[in-house]
Design a protein around this ligand. Sequence first.
Ligand SMILES: [Zn+2]
Length: 106
Amino acid sequence: MTWHDNDLMMYLVDESGKPITNFPAKCPVCGKEHAHILMHRFSDRTGFGTFWAWCDNCFSYTHCSYRVPKWWINPAFLDLDRLDSLVDYPHELQDKIDSWVNKLLE
Ligand SMILES: [Zn+2]
């Protein structure tokens, strides 16, 4: 199974960048609770950064430049050298990432 780009994955967050639910979330593509997100803010001043979303059931994903919302805090456990446009690395760490995001949403 290989990852395939699907913009529907953006529906995991609303227009303000707020997730609609905790993670793992219901995947907008396959409907299974296997969807995850990650954000990374490059600049605190502008909020510019990156957004990833992926589903480890149907392997849909998306990656884009993003205005990262204020509630997001970059997790310290990520190896920034391994962050790229793919979701292989976030997929590896998805349990940790889900816990992080859920905690930020509390
Ligand atoms: Zn899916």
